[in-house]
Design a protein around this ligand. Structure first.
Ligand SMILES: *[C@@H]1O[C@H](CO)[C@@H](O)[C@H](O)[C@H]1NC(C)=O
Ligand SMILES: *[C@@H]1O[C@H](CO)[C@@H](O)[C@H](O)[C@H]1NC(C)=O
Ligand SMILES: *[C@@H]1O[C@H](CO)[C@@H](O)[C@H](O)[C@H]1NC(C)=O
Ligand SMILES: *[C@@H]1O[C@H](CO)[C@@H](O)[C@H](O)[C@H]1NC(C)=O
Length: 968
């Protein structure tokens, strides 16, 4: 029995059971005493050969025969394992995870669903019936009017139903919420070296991880949980269902979480995690040269053992087949060859060579794919998926040639964080799919930055950047399910599949789409949902559009050249037609929705916005560039707050940034401790391109935080295509003093959280005393002329009470919803990064996770009257700020104008940087005062592209930044 997966059997051991069980682990076998009993047990897997060798077993010496039959047993097992499992879907399958006590009790029918079945969205409405954890039937709604006896009927009112989503790369259970070092077991490193195929992720699973349910609440019902990427071969991985405590006893038991729970161990699919590139290189200080060699050396060892094993088995099969003198031949054979060569440490690697493992390889860059495939192919090994693979879009044909159907399991937008992720492309998914490669999106879940809960949103982002609707939905359902070789059970909503189903409140590719119900094995996972979701479930009125959003438009390079050349003249006059939505505050138009309005821009100022007759009758003639839009939108210029834009390009590469402020030295020593971002910024990099296509015209960037409470003084940057530091690239030298309190702010001078708050008070006191020194940052912070941005998850209201003149702003703000009213009363605004956050750390352990489980933080703060802005923590997601506004606006019931204000004018209002009329001599009160952006398509729903961005000084910042071939 070569398997060493050692999964704890939850059934009685076979020797105490009347029914022979094939589920026997090596561990249990070792416990068996008595040769006869052992032979008895071993025989069950290979009944045929037990008969054949039965007569000599009785006559020869027990130890010899025992070694031979044990070896032979393993030989048979290896031979039988290949291709033994039936992995085709079948209508009358049973769900072996189901149990009679806590399993789905009665038939459930979801009526009148718009069904994406894993491959396509079916025409018409459907009823989906499921029982005992299995989908029994999918039938057109009209053909099935009468109620089914005893069935629990859920009316979907035409809402979207999809199969449960499949995340083929997660790390929850290995690193439960809230993160604690004691519970963090991701990679086995570094003591056992960079090659650890023999370790198993399930040995570190924490089956009580609160993330299980949170992830399920995003519709993600199955996850492949892989060891981390520190090691070239990282160990075995396992697919789980995100159903907490699913067993009969309702206890947190790892085995019961496994997708394959209930299947005999030998029938279970095995998975391996491998990695290449920066992670193993950095951890073991090897170069890529050494990493490739170490893998070859290891596979060579395994290959050598495999050959010896195969030879032994071949000889053993021959002897077994002989008709006489078996006992003598067996002893001669064992004298010459010894027992079957085996090594527990190499067992997984042998399975790898024999093609028994589903291989998932973390690699990012073209040269890494090439090197990895060349080594693996040398040993006849074929991986199923490259993971992360952010630069695979550069070599789709190469990948196809070498591994025809390899799945690229990647991120829709997460990127730029290290050198091998810097050439990521927001159209990567589209490009790979255009070349015929299967594309899956996956979370890499460790926390908020790659939250598995929002897997569906990755499909939405990829769709927005051109991946077709059906492929986008497949990318989080059937494609990952097939890649992990479970396409016969999950990833589809068809008869015979596991009853993992999600009912959505809108088309699942719409921004903000949220499950209203999630079933796993036919069981309702969510239970109680928050009021705003509950009210939707049985409300016909609350059904969303049920239509996929449009892909954002792009423009051909030549056309861009044509349009943009004529707008380049700063004095140019432009007429836009086809404006349908006005999301700026202007006295010219009072409603958001307008029909085919005309926008006239003269000298960078809006001079007319209205019907054609009003705006085009004013003698507008020759000198105007006319741009005809279909779905024209006008929004304020968006503001990116707190990102690394301009201060650091690649977080893992110190040389690409300004450097960190550090935590040493006395925080009260302003001259030494307070640094200014304005001296360290540059205006280029990938994140700038992403920001520009997101309609962001301004960024507020602070120095890089290196611990301690002082981060430094932020600068206001312009993101225009041709802005330079010398020429308009900085719109405000000093925007705010940035501090941090809490765990991240522990440093040399402030070793505790409390000492950080003490220091904050002391520096404000020092600032009050130093009132007369006009250039003192602390003095300006103390009297409120320089805003004080404090990154904090918890309350700071007391500081504001004691220093009422400070202009205190909370950044981060996961804890803010709990004190929303006092914050509003104290006039403390919040710039929230945690609207789609979670309880990732102890400090944030009560953080609200948002719909469908709780109300979203933004809604609570807005309803309490807090002045609110939104920010995204990762530079790579900065292009999605408008959609972030929509996520918040959807549940807070905001108009689109109010939603877009959260990521634009509200940030200015919070920082006191709103453009005032005084700054523009001679501009009439009718004129809009601030940056504005003209879009084609709806920016909040990912359907829009920037056509023109115009700064408050009238300069054109950007013109069609997203062209057809742009690498974003
Ligand atoms: C299904 O739902 C849609 C949308 O709510 C509704 O118009 C239609 O009448 C429903 N059909 C049936 C058969 O209930
Ligand atoms: C790739 O997938 C296609 C379609 O399923 C199949 O016909 C083909 O045999 C596969 N190729 C390989 C090398 O597995
Ligand atoms: C705040 O203090 C700074 C520095 O002393 C000074 O220049 C500024 O005029 C003060 N502003 C207010 C509103 O008191
Ligand atoms: C930036 O400069 C380039 C080169 O002169 C020009 O082609 C482009 O149109 C300019 N962009 C804007 C927004 O003015």
């Amino acid at each position: 029995m070569a398997t060493k997966s050692g999964i704890l059997s939850l059934e009685p051991p076979p020797y105490s059971d009347a029914q022979p069980s094939t589920r026997r682990s090596l561990r249990r076998r070792r416990r068996l005493v008595g040769t006869l009993l052992l032979i008895f047990v071993a025989g069950f897997t290979t009944l045929i050969h037990l008969d054949a060798i039965g007569d000599f077993v009785a006559r020869s010496a027990p130890t010899t025969q025992d070694a031979f039959s044990k070896g032979l047993d393993k030989c048979y097992e290896t031979r039988n394992r290949i291709g033994q499992n039936d992995r085709s879907p079948s209508k009358d399958r049973q769900n072996l995870r189901w149990n009679a006590i806590t399993g789905q009790q009665s038939l459930i029918v979801i009526k009148n669903a718009t069904l994406f079945d894993g491959e396509y969205t079916l025409e018409g409405a459907f009823d989906i019936a499921f029982e005992s954890g299995i989908i029994r039937s999918v039938t057109p709604t009209t053909a099935n009017e009468e109620a089914i006896d005893g069935a629990h009927v859920i009316n979907a009112y035409g809402r979207f139903v999809t199969p449960g989503l499949v995340d083929m790369h997660s790390h929850h259970l290995l690193l439960p919420f809230p993160g604690l070092s004691a519970a963090s077991d991701i990679s086995e490193r570094p003591l056992m070296g960079p090659i650890t195929p023999f370790v198993r992720a399930l040995d570190a699973f924490k089956p009580y991880d609160p993330a299980i349910k949170i992830i399920a609440s995003g519709g993600v019902t199955s996850s492949l949980i892989l060891p981390g990427s520190a090691n070239i071969v990282g160990g075995e991985a396992y697919v789980v269902k995100n159903l907490p405590v699913p067993g009969e006893d309702g206890e947190p038991v790892v085995e019961e979480l496994l997708l394959d729970h209930g299947l005999p161990e030998t029938s279970r699919q095995r998975y391996l995690k491998m990695a290449c590139g920066e992670n193993p290189k950095n951890i073991y200080h090897n170069s890529r040269l050494g990493l490739a060699w170490l893998l070859r050396e290891h596979l060579e060892q395994a290959q050598e053992l495999r050959e010896r094993q195969d030879a032994w088995c071949q000889a053993a099969f021959d002897i077994e087949g002989a008709s006489f003198s078996k006992a003598r031949r067996v002893s001669n054979f064992l004298d010459a060859q010894g027992k079957r060569p085996d090594e527990l440490k190499l067992e997984t690697s042998l399975a790898l060579l024999r093609g028994e493992l589903n291989i998932n390889v973390h690699c990012y860059e073209p040269e890494d794919f090439e090197s990895m495939l060349s080594v693996l192919h040398e040993f006849g090994v074929h991986p199923q998926a490259f993971h992360h693979a952010l630069e695979a879009w550069q070599v789709p044909e190469f990948l196809k040639r070498l591994e025809e159907n390899i799945t690229i399991a990647t991120f829709a937008e997460n990127g730029l964080f290290k050198a091998e992720a810097y050439d990521a492309n927001l159209r990567g998914g589209k490009i790979l799919n255009d070349h015929g490669l299967p594309v899956a999106f996956k979370s890499d879940h460790t926390g908020e930055g790659n939250f598995a809960k929002y897997l569906a949103y990755q499909a939405a982002v990829a769709h927005s950047f051109g991946l077709p609707e059906d492929k986008s939905l497949q990318s989080v359902t059937s494609i990952p399910a097939r890649s992990i070789q479970q396409g016969h059970r999950i990833g589809y909503a068809r008869a015979g599949y596991d009853a993992d189903l999600v009912i959505w409140d809108d088309h699942p590719l719409q921004v903000g789409a949220t499950p209203t119900k999630v079933f796993i094995d036919g069981r309702d996972v969510l239970g109680a949902v928050t009021n705003s979701i509950e009210s939707k479930i049985n409300n016909l009125e609350a059904v969303g559009v049920q239509k996929a959003p449009a892909v954002r438009p792009t423009i051909a390079e030549e056309l861009k050249g044509h349009i943009c050349a004529s707008t380049q003249n700063p004095r140019s006059n432009i007429v836009f037609t086809g404006i349908q939505k006005v999301l700026i505050d202007t006295p010219l138009v009072s409603t958001e929705d307008v029909e085919d309005y005309v926008l006239v821009v003269e000298d960078g100022q809006i001079t007319c916005l209205g019907g054609e007759s009003a705006c085009l009758s004013e003698g507008i003639a020759g000198g105007f560039m006319k741009i005809a839009l279909e779905q024209g939108y006008i929004t304020p210029g968006l503001v990116a707050f707190g990102n690394k834009l301009g201060i650091q390009s690649i977080p893992s590469e110190g040389s690409t940034g300004d450097g960190k402020t550090g935590s040493a030295g006395d925080a009260l020593n302003e001259e030494k401790r307070v640094h200014f971002a304005k001296y360290g910024v540059h205006l280029h990099g990938r994140a700038f391109t992403r920001a520009r296509i997101g309609g962001i015209t301004k960024a507020v960037t602070a120095p890089l935080f290196g611990g301690g409470i002082i981060q430094g003084v932020s600068v206001g940057l312009r993101l225009g295509e041709n802005a330079t530091i010398l020429d308009g690239g900085i719109w405000k030298d000093d925007v705010a003093l940035h501090l941090a309190v809490g765990q991240s702010a522990k440093g040399d001078d402030t070793p505790t959280v409390s000492s950080g708050i003490e220091r904050l008070r002391q520096l404000l006191q020092a600032g009050q005393i130093a009132k007369t020194e006009s250039d003192s940052v602390y003095a300006q912070a103390a009297n409120g002329s320089l805003p004080l941005v404090v990154e904090a998850y918890n309350e700071l209201i007391l500081v504001k009470r004691d220093f009422p003149s400070i202009n205190l702003i909370i950044y981060g703000g996961h804890g803010a919803p709990f004190i929303a009213k006092p914050l509003a009363d104290a006039g403390i605004p919040v710039i929230l990064t945690g609207n789609r956050g979670g309880p990732t750390s102890w400090e944030k352990k009560n953080a609200l996770v948002g719909p469908p489980q709780t109300e979203p933080p933004a809604k609570i703060l807005l309803e309490a009257g807090v002045l609110l802005g939104l920010a995204v923590a990762s530079d790579s997601k900065v292009h999605g700020l408008a959609q972030e506004g929509r996520w918040a606006g959807k549940y807070a019931g905001l108009s689109d104008k109010q939603a877009i204000a959260l990521v634009s004018t509200n940030i200015d209002a919070i920082l006191g940087t709103s453009t005032t009329l005084d700054a523009h001599q001679g501009v009439s009160g009718q004129h809009y005062k601030g940056d504005f952006v003209v879009w084609e398509g709806d920016p909040l729903r990912g359907e829009g592209s920037v056509v023109l961005a115009i700064q408050d000084d009238g300069k054109i910042a950007d013109c069609w930044p997203d062209t057809e071939d742009a690498v974003l």
